[in-house]
Design a protein around this ligand. Structure first.
Ligand SMILES: *[C@@H]1O[C@H](CO)[C@@H](O)[C@H](O)[C@H]1NC(C)=O
Ligand SMILES: *[C@@H]1O[C@H](CO)[C@@H](O)[C@H](O)[C@H]1NC(C)=O
Ligand SMILES: *[C@@H]1O[C@H](CO)[C@@H](O)[C@H](O)[C@H]1NC(C)=O
Ligand SMILES: *[C@@H]1O[C@H](CO)[C@@H](O)[C@H](O)[C@H]1NC(C)=O
Length: 361
């Protein structure tokens, strides 16, 4: 068969289907399609128009979940009244007008499984059966959720966040917005009731820099007026890195209240910061206050190397710092008038008796 004859066949078939539908629904007027959601209600309208001399004997509503599998769910007879023969619908379906001319029904407590075709069929005399079909589309709002997965810094790709849109119909789409480099994939799992659960995972190589960065999950779905957004912050854990700060290059003998500060970057927060001297015990003229090493009075004993060690649950790190104590009495003044000494390394010390200036010259 050539493409051309294929197209012709399709056109003819289409035209036939179209015209037969027009004939059927000519006098039985129904809506083409209605939409509802679980626990909701729906009105299925039906009307026989221009009956003229046709006698209407009875009207039935059939439900067809899949093509050809018809179940009679509601019958109206002018003499015998209404009857609801299907146990899946009994108690949930009723005639709203209850007349042959208007046998509209309402179905309550809708379930996803109520999706399908509803056929309003008249038994008439003398023309036989006439019918109209309404398709009920069941939509379901997904149950959305998102969560960050705390991870340890490393060199391989891991899942850092998950987002889920459970039991939606139609299927939800999930996307991510973040400035951090990574990628995501999703899986769609059809549920028994015709809904779909979508799960998405965001993966990346986690570095300490990424800790606390924003990542947003967006869930789009037809029943939501706007995308559902989840604003999350990445959690990357890493062992400490340590810096020693506060040294001002001006620890001259006799100075009071010099300080060294042990600054650590760690996640989770450090559990313990300890100061020691490389040679062993801390000198008696220093004291420790959390991460600060306080030198009450600078003397020879603080002319040494201090060590700060920081621990968290993932590990520990140390940093050493050698303080340099200046003893002006051991050097020749280079500028007698101002009482200054050359200390080497481009530094000069001017005796506190005159002023306390020390600086590069
Ligand atoms: C429908 O109602 C039942 C019972 O009242 C409830 O458990 C269920 O969560 C509801 N479903 C939806 C989609 O609202
Ligand atoms: C993403 O892809 C990985 C590897 O192919 C797979 O193990 C994982 O289940 C997928 N995740 C989702 C949510 O589809
Ligand atoms: C910190 O560590 C030192 C030595 O390991 C220990 O003596 C001290 O009790 C610890 N302090 C805390 C708050 O854990
Ligand atoms: C501090 O130690 C250095 C050597 O580590 C030494 O050259 C300097 O003279 C010492 N300073 C004092 C004040 O003892």
């Amino acid at each position: 068969m050539s493409d051309f004859t294929m197209i012709n066949c399709c056109l003819i078939l289409g035209a036939c289907l179209l015209s037969s539908q027009v004939v059927w629904s000519q006098r039985v007027r129904v809506e083409y399609e209605v939409t509802s959601s679980p626990n909701g209600s729906v009105n299925l309208r039906c009307e026989f128009t221009n009956s003229g001399s046709t006698k209407l004997t009875q009207v039935s509503w059939m439900f067809e979940r899949v093509e050809g599998d018809r179940h009679n769910i509601a019958v109206f007879h002018p003499l015998y009244g209404a009857s609801f023969p299907n146990k899946d619908f009994v108690g949930r379906v009723q005639f709203t007008q209850g007349s042959l001319e208007n046998p509209s029904i309402r179905i309550d407590k809708l379930r996803m499984s109520d999706a399908g075709r509803y056929i309003c069929e008249y038994a008439t005399y003398p023309s036989g059966n006439e019918q109209g079909t309404t398709t009920l589309i069941m939509q379901a709002k997904p149950k959305n959720s998102a969560t960050v997965i705390p991870v340890q810094a490393g060199s391989s790709e891991v899942v850092v966040a998950r987002c889920e849109a459970a039991q939606g119909k139609p299927e939800a789409t999930i996307s991510w917005i973040t400035a951090t480099a990574g990628r995501y994939n999703h899986t769609s799992v059809p549920e028994m009731d015709g809904t779909v659960t979508v799960k998405s995972e965001y993966r990346m190589i986690p570095t300490p820099d990424e800790n606390g960065k924003d990542i947003t999950c967006l869930v789009n779905q037809k029943t939501q007026n706007e995308p559902k957004t989840f604003l999350l912050k990445l959690v990357v854990e890493y062992p400490p890195t340590v810096r020693i700060e506060g040294y001002d290059n001006n620890w001259y003998m006799g100075r009071t209240d010099a300080v060294l500060i042990c600054e650590a970057d760690a996640n989770p927060e450090p559990t313990n910061v300890t100061w020691t001297a490389a040679s062993g015990q801390l000198p008696p003229s220093v004291s420790v206050d959390q991460n600060r090493l306080l030198v009450r009075k600078v003397d020879e004993t603080v002319n040494t190397t201090f060590v700060c060690e920081v621990k968290n649950s993932l590990g520990s790190a140390k940093k050493e710092f050698s303080a340099m104590v200046i003893d002006p009495s051991k050097r020749e003044p280079i500028d007698v008038r101002n009482n200054c000494w050359n200390l080497g390394f481009g530094f000069y010390f001017c005796s506190p008796k005159r002023n306390t200036f020390v600086g590069e010259v």
